[in-house]
Design a protein. Structure first.
Length: 243
């Protein structure tokens, strides 16, 4: 069944988020703080490892060489400009605040949990590759594995940031479901190089989320989200132009 992976992933985030929310009131503030720091460091190094994995390649003599550097820079710059024009981060925050206004329980961290978890679950390589596999071959195995990871992390996220994490299941459903549905249309352009380039940019955005979680500097990761798709757009334009 095409799309099953996204449905399972969405359910895992909801269940994990609600479980973490129930645990939240019993966790002292000092433990929430150290847990958030641990999560921030983990996300930071997940982003670093994912970026290095796609950026470095082995050449003759078993030496390491960099690849996709210029496209990475252009993707982040162009994607960032597009994101600023669309005000993606602001819109995500507004959605989180709207949900918060409709809930009886008020919590200042709702929007933070919603935006942070939405970005963490959407920009990674597993979200992109898994959704593509589900759409192209009906193979949800990658998204099943991601569901386990997301469900567990949702418990921890929600225990520190609140019920907004559970609501991040909505962007996950729309984002991954959209990629799955579009996979058949974009299949001709989905080369291994394009997927690697998209995963590379995704790894950088995960790194940026880690910086936000550690409160080193505020980066509008939501506005950088279009950067993930610039390599695909670039390759499509080149193919249509016969370059």
């Amino acid at each position: 069944m095409t799309g099953l992976g996204t449905l399972v992933n969405t359910g895992a985030v909801i269940v994990g988020g609600m479980a973490g929310t129930m645990l939240r009131s019993g966790i002292p503030e000092k433990y929430k703080k150290i847990v958030m720091q641990g999560i921030g460091l983990s996300v930071l190094f997940i982003g670093i490892s994912g970026t290095i994995k796609e950026m470095l390649t082995i050449i003759d003599g078993n030496k390491l060489d960099r690849q996709f550097i210029m496209l990475m820079i252009f993707s982040l710059v162009i994607g960032g400009v597009i994101g600023e024009l669309l005000k993606i981060e602001e819109r995500l925050e507004n959605i989180g605040e709207w949900f918060q206004s409709k809930l009886p329980a008020k919590g200042g961290s709702f929007s933070t949990g919603f935006v942070t978890a939405s970005l963490v679950y959407c920009v990674g390589a597993m979200a992109i590759v898994g959704a593509l596999e589900d759409g192209l071959s009906g193979n949800p195995s990658t998204l099943f594995a991601k569901s386990i990871l997301d469900g567990i992390s949702a418990v921890v996220f929600a225990a520190t940031m609140g019920v907004g994490v559970a609501f991040s299941a909505i962007p996950v459903f729309i984002y991954q479901g959209g990629i799955t549905l579009l996979a058949g249309f974009i299949k001709p352009w989905l080369t291994d190089a394009v997927i690697s380039q998209m995963s590379l940019v995704g790894g950088i955005l995960i790194f940026a989320i880690g910086i936000n979680l550690l409160e080193i500097r505020k980066i509008n990761v939501g506005n950088l989200l279009p950067a993930v798709f610039i390599p695909l757009v670039y390759y499509v334009i080149r193919s249509l132009a016969g370059i």
